[in-house]
Ligand binder design. Structure first.
Ligand SMILES: Cc1ncc(COP(=O)(O)O)c(C=O)c1O
Length: 414
């Protein structure tokens, strides 16, 4: 592979060592070898059903409950308050629909508060409930994607059944002042004589932040295994004791009647192993990835000074960088980088006929012509400085190529 950068007359050879560069850790992180090792017995010889009443079944059940205790310790909760699910999307669906339906059934109300920049698992779950008479209030965000604690508190009403605030945004990496928000919401609810359940989508923060549910002031918390080096198809829902909940998946009554279906023992064991490592390594992960991110940011600024960098300048995930480029389409830029050996993401949704700018960027007030040209770079500690430098080196040519293509096809909104 070879290309020539406009800003650098020397020919650009392929990525260092000929190895493709993975910059999409916000979409999925590499599986940790320790997680795979922990899973192997349960994928091979220890295959019994954990509900079975024989010793092999009891062994599987012991592994499952051991993983539950480990996860509970990390979340500073009890094992009974940990539900294993198939991933972030399922945890979030259960949190929102399960809590809202239970309270609606009890006649408490049908008002849900969340934000304009949530992941679609949250927004579409809330929209689904609107079809059944729920009212969904979306809190606005500022230019950096932050929610104000005061606005969250002001939204609480006597018929509010759930407040759901994402801890960190998966596109721009902005981290919310979650403990401040939950405190303000609690005070507002108490003033109304209520205790309103609070959920957080914590899918993006397991590598970098504490997940102590008491310190965060949340009643429900959702996690996804493949974002922190666990296997895909695994997730956690923390459900505080006493919070009204109607199960979504009915069947054999596993997970204390809250999520039926034979448990994914290998997945759970691998996920719990990865979560322990991710939480133990938070400090070194953040130090390493923020240094790489800063180097990448310098490179992007130098290569494309006109790029708009999105997200909060300080209250942000260390392993994420998000930028918008004018006069191009993000998906085309992803393809141009892919052709140069770099795996990134546009972070925008596409439909068959048109490119739709991200709802997150629009909520932050990013102009639509810039919002369609977005690029999300997700860093992992194994990235090297040489790889970061290569990305900055080839970016200008990729951007120029995409701008030419956008003009030629007149795809961009005017
Ligand atoms: C913030 C956030 N919430 C929820 C999800 C969904 O998680 P999963 O892929 O495990 O369904 C994602 C995944 O991209 C995410 O980033």
């Amino acid at each position: 592979m070879s290309a020539t950068s406009e800003h650098d007359s020397s020919p650009v050879v392929g990525p260092p060592g000929g190895k493709r560069i993975y910059l999409d850790s916000a979409a999925s992180a590499p599986l940790r070898p320790e997680a795979l090792e922990a899973m192997m017995p349960f994928l091979t010889t220890a295959y019994a059903n954990p509900s079975a009443h024989h010793s092999a079944g009891r062994d599987a059940s012991d592994a499952l409950e051991g993983a539950r205790e480990d996860v509970a310790a990390i979340l500073n909760t009890s094992p009974e308050e940990v539900i294993f699910t198939s991933g972030g999307t399922e945890s979030i669906n259960e949190a929102i629909k399960g809590v809202a339906m239970a309270q609606s059934e009890a006649g408490v109300g049908r008002h849900i508060v969340t934000t304009e920049i949530e992941h679609h698992a949250v927004l579409h779950s809330a929209q689904y409930l609107e079809r059944f008479g729920f009212e969904v209030e979306l809190l606005p965000v500022d230019e950096y994607g932050r929610v104000s604690p005061e606005a969250a508190a002001a939204a609480v009403r006597s018929d509010t059944v759930l407040v759901s605030i994402g801890y960190a945004n998966n596109e721009v990496g902005t981290v919310q002042p979650l403990a401040e928000i939950t405190r303000a919401v609690r005070e507002a609810a108490t003033a109304l004589g209520r205790r309103v359940p609070i959920h957080t989508d914590a899918v993006q923060v397991a590598n970098t932040h504490s997940l102590d549910v008491d310190a965060l002031g949340v009643d429900l918390l959702s996690l996804s295994g493949h974002k922190f080096g666990g296997p895909k198809g695994t997730g956690v829902l923390h459900l505080r004791r006493g919070v009204p909940f109607l199960e979504l998946i009915s069947g054999g009554g596993q997970e204390r009647q809250r999520r039926s279906g034979t448990e994914n023992v290998p997945g759970v064991v691998g996920m719990a192993t990865a979560l322990r490592l991710a939480q133990d390594e938070r400090e070194s992960f953040s130090a390493r990835t923020s240094a790489l991110r800063d180097r990448l940011l310098d490179g992007v600024r130098h290569a494309c000074p006109e790029a708009r960098i999105n997200g909060h300048p300080t209250e942000r995930l260390p392993h994420s960088l998000h930028a918008c480029f004018s006069n191009l389409e993000g998906e085309a830029l992803v393809a141009a980088l892919d052709a140069r050996g770099i795996e990134a993401s546009a972070g925008a949704a596409c439909t068959s006929a048109t490119w739709e700018p991200s709802h997150v960027l629009l909520a932050m007030g990013v102009p639509i012509d810039l919002a369609v040209g977005s690029l999300r770079l997700g860093i992992w500690p194994s990235l090297t400085e040489a790889q970061v430098d290569y990305v900055a080196q080839v970016l200008p040519a990729a951007v120029t190529e995409c701008r030419a293509a956008a003009v030629a096809s007149r795809q961009l909104p005017v």
